[in-house]
Each structure stands twice: as C-alpha cells, then as structure tokens.
Design a binder for this molecule. Structure first.
Ligand code: SAH
Ligand code: SF4
Ligand code: F3S
Length: 465
C-alpha cells in the first residue's frame, strides 16, 4: 500500500475505546498511514467517541467541529467520527459536523479499510452503522506489528500494561445506560483468539493485561464456552504475563468461583471494581440493576473475608430521576459501610435513547452537583484512611514508568534521583526512587508516606522481568 501521510486518533471514553483505537491505528497503518501525535500534521483525523454522558458526547462534537476551517483549506483532509456517538447518530452526525467524511459505527471497524478505499474513489459522506454478529477479531500480523507505533497516540505509551476486549455489547439494559443501544447485544470472543493475542503481546514485553467487557462475569455464557474464571486461569498460564486485571464485574453475576480465582491465582490482582450505582433499593430497582443493597454488601463481605487486603472500587450515579434525600443518604451510608479504596462518581446524565430519560422526577443539575460533592468529600475520608493503613508495610509494585512528580518533601538529599511509578495489585499508585529498577520489573516497596491519591516508599527488592 502506498504512503498516504499522517493519521491522528483522539480517543474519548472507556478502556474499550482505547483498545478499539489501537485496532483502528492498525488498519490505518496497513492502509499506508503513519501515526502522529501532532494533530496539525495529520492527513486523516479520527475521533473515537463516547456517548455515556452528555459531556462526553459534546467533547466529540466540539473536537470534530474544530476542523471545519482546516477542511476548507485542505479538502483532502479526511475526518472520521468512530465509535459510540457515531453509532448513535448515524447520518444525523452530518447536520452538526458537515465536514465529516466517514461515520464509523461500533460494529463497522472491520470495514474501515473498505470505506477508506471508497472515499479515495470519490464516494462522499460514508455512514456505516450496520450491526454485525461477528466480533472484530482483526489482529492481522500487520496490526500487531504496528502496535508499537500506535501506542504513542493511544494510551500515553504505556507498553507493559495493555487492555484487551474479551466481549462486546451488553444485554443488561440498566435504564440510564446507552451501551446496549450503541454497542449491541452481548457477544464473547473465542478464548483461543484471546489467549493467542495475549501471547503475542507478552512476546512484545507486555506484563499486565486488563480483560475488558461490560459484564465479564457473563463471559462465554451465551456461547456455552468456558467461563470467565476458566478464562482467567488460561490467561495466567501465558508466559511473561505477571498480572491480570479485569473490568467490569456486575454485582448480580459475581460468582464464588470468581472470588476463589482472585484468592488463589497469584497473577489475578487482588482488586475488584464492582459498580454499585446506588445504595437505595428503590433506586436500584428503577435502574434495573438486578440486585439489592443487601446482596451487594453480602458479596463485598464474601470478597473481604476470602481475599484480605483486596482493593475495592465502584461507580456511583447521583441524581437519578426521583432520587430523594433518603435514597441519597442510603448511598452515603453504603460508602461508610463498605469503605471503598476509591470511587468514580457521576451526576446522572439524561440519554434520550435510554428509558430513564422518560422517568418522572428529574433532579435539578444544581442539586446533582451538591450531592456529587458531598459524596466525593465523604469518599476522600476513606481513600485517605485506606492509604494511611498501608504506611509501614511492604507492597509489591509493577513498575510502569518514570514518575512525573518529585516528592521532595519526603526525600533525603541523597534520594533526589529519578523517581519511578507503578501500581500495587490492589491498584494503588506508588512512587519511589528508582535505584536499579526498570519499567516492567516487579519491585517490593516499603511504604513510607500516604498522599490523598498515591503512596510513596523505598525500594526493598527487585524481581527483574
Ligand atoms: N458496564 C459497566 C459500566 C459501563 S459505563 C457496569 O455495568 O458497571 C461506566 C459507568 O458510567 C457506569 O458504571 C455508570 O456509573 C456511569 N453511567 C452510565 N450511564 C450514565 C448516565 N446516563 N449518567 C451518568 N452516569 C452514567
Ligand atoms: Fe450499561 Fe448496565 Fe450494561 Fe453496564 S451493565 S453497560 S451500566 S446497561
Ligand atoms: Fe462510552 Fe461507548 Fe465506552 S458509550 S463508556 S465509549 S462503551
């Protein structure tokens, strides 16, 4: 394929989009484009979009809108909207961004090359939001060979930790959520294809893998294949992989089998992200989450007793339609009861394709913000408490890169050397003076100090990769 110029990808949204952007970068490379981090240099600009909340959607439109003038100056500049907003909007996207060339839906990625060719032969305003039962497995040799290049523009160049999508879509239909409408029905990838892809990544130096799905607990159920805990066991046998993480677990499907794998398999990190969304049974029911506050807490207790020291995080939505003061208080109480290590909290955002948009009792934006701030303030207490509890203890950390900040306050003069950063299995960010450690090493750090969102310590030992 002849050289076509530079390609720039802007990725908005979840980890799945990061993974998908790598695939798009692979296709662009195979087509003749070279990836760049400099937007102004680009001959093709792709925005991989997210529609989970209004703000994410607006970010996509405003990013793409910026190219109107440039496109007039350089009509050959190709502008692509890909991903969840593309799927949601289809040809309506042109009314807001008339200078778009391709609208590439979430199930159309495998046809991206074809659309680029069609564009070259004179076709204009291409829209592909067709559904597909086939999961895009495209990891041709060329794509994998080009991962190195695409890394830089996709995930900040972290080469030792990679995301890998194991399933697509969602069948849970939580009433606030667009995912089932923009990502289609739940489908699981074949386990051998997943393991083969991870083997290739490991050969390229990857040490940590995060398996992605909207509800990993139902991996393989429809296909009657192996279960998610069995997949974890298979992945843990891949040589070179030191750690396995996964997201997201749905509380209604969290099994004891999975809890036992977290407990027994050394490579599966002692961390679980288990989105609760609300602490109120009334709201959970309206959200169609399929569990109660009580069953959620039971599962947390089972996790805590089976896996001591487990890092726990969650997602919470405040201001869901009809959420009263009492419901919100139930959520605050749940935070006190569980003591999460960290939370991701969001103000409810109305999505026109999701049923909750039509629910009565919509909460004023101002009130949502008040609740959001109260919740975050409360969580700060527990984040700090959890971090402080680790001071004086050794933690195993996978070294990810050089630390951006110098933690001078705690350094003896002789320690003013380059500092490194990494994460513990429980997902805590840890900074330390580098000494003889390198990216990809597993190191033991004696924790000396706790910050609100990270830890700091000294190196006790290094296990070279
Ligand atoms: N599949 C995952 C989450 C995917 S979306 C799960 O079920 O947990 C990530 C998070 O975005 C959700 O957990 C939820 O907290 C939040 N979210 C989804 N839709 C939202 C909306 N309409 N408004 C605000 N937050 C939302
Ligand atoms: Fe959305 Fe619910 Fe599916 Fe998660 S489980 S992606 S919140 S519908
Ligand atoms: Fe956003 Fe689509 Fe992910 S809506 S959160 S990018 S699945």
């Amino acid at each position: 394929m002849s050289y076509k110029g530079y390609a720039y990808i802007n990725t908005i949204g979840c980890q799945m989009n990061v993974y998908d952007s790598e695939k798009l970068a692979g296709i662009l490379n195979a087509y003749g484009f070279e990836m760049t981090d400099e937007m102004d240099k680009a001959d093709i600009v792709v925005c991989n979009t997210c529609s989970i909340r209004h703000k994410a959607e607006e970010k996509a439109f405003s990013f793409l809108g910026r190219f109107a003038r440039e496109k007039k100056k350089r009509p050959n500049l190709i502008i692509v909207m890909a991903g969840c907003v593309a799927q949601q909007e289809g040809k309506k996207a042109f009314s807001r961004v008339p200078h778009l060339d391709i609208v590439l839906g979430t199930q159309a990625f495998s046809r991206f090359g074809q659309h680029l060719s069609a564009l070259e032969s004179g076709k204009t305003q291409i829209v592909d939001i067709a559904e597909s039962d086939v999961i895009f497995e495209a990891m041709p040799e060329s794509t994998l060979a080009q991962r190195e290049i695409s890394d830089a523009s996709c995930d900040g160049g972290n080469k030792i930790s990679k995301f890998i999508t194991i399933m697509q879509g969602c069948d849970n239909y939580c009433t606030y959520c667009v995912v089932p409408y923009v990502r289609g029905r739940e489908r699981s990838r074949n386990h051998s294809a997943i393991v083969d892809e991870i083997k290739l990544l490991a050969q390229g130096g990857v040490r940590e893998i995060t398996l992605l799905g909207q509800n990993v607990n139902s991996y393989g159920v429809k296909e009657e294949g192996i279960s998610f805990p069995q997949l974890l066991e298979k992945v843990s046998c891949v040589e070179g992989i030191a750690r396995i993480r996964f997201a997201t677990s749905h509380p209604k499907d969290l099994s004891m089998e999975l809890i036992h794998v977290i407990r027994d398999n050394d490579k599966v990190c002692n961390h679980l992200h288990l989105p609760v969304q609300s602490g109120s049974n009334r709201i959970l029911k309206k959200m169609n989450r399929g569990y109660t506050r009580e069953t959620y807490i039971e599962r947390i207790q089972a996790l805590k007793s089976a896996c001591p020291g487990i890092g726990l995080s969650t997602d919470i939505i405040v201001g869901f339609p009809d959420e009263g003061a009492e419901d919100f208080n139930d959520t605050m109480e749940l935070l006190r009861e569980v003591e999460f290590d960290s939370i991701f909290a969001f103000a409810y955002s109305d999505r026109s394709s999701a049923p909750a948009a039509k629910f009565t009792g919509q909460i004023a934006e101002k009130e949502k913000m008040i609740r959001l701030n109260q919740l975050l303030e409360l969580q700060d207490v527990y984040t700090e408490k959890k971090n402080n509890a680790l001071v004086g203890k050794p933690l195993e950390v996978l070294v990810e890169g050089e630390s951006q900040k110098l933690h001078d306050g705690f350094l003896k003069t002789s320690d003013k050397m380059q500092q490194m950063t990494g994460r513990s299995a429980s997902n805590k960010v840890v900074h330390f003076p580098s000494e003889n450690s390198a990216i990809g090493d597993l190191v033991t750090i004696q924790i000396e100090n706790a910050y609100p969102h990270s830890l700091w310590g000294y190196l006790l030992g290094v296990e070279k990769k």
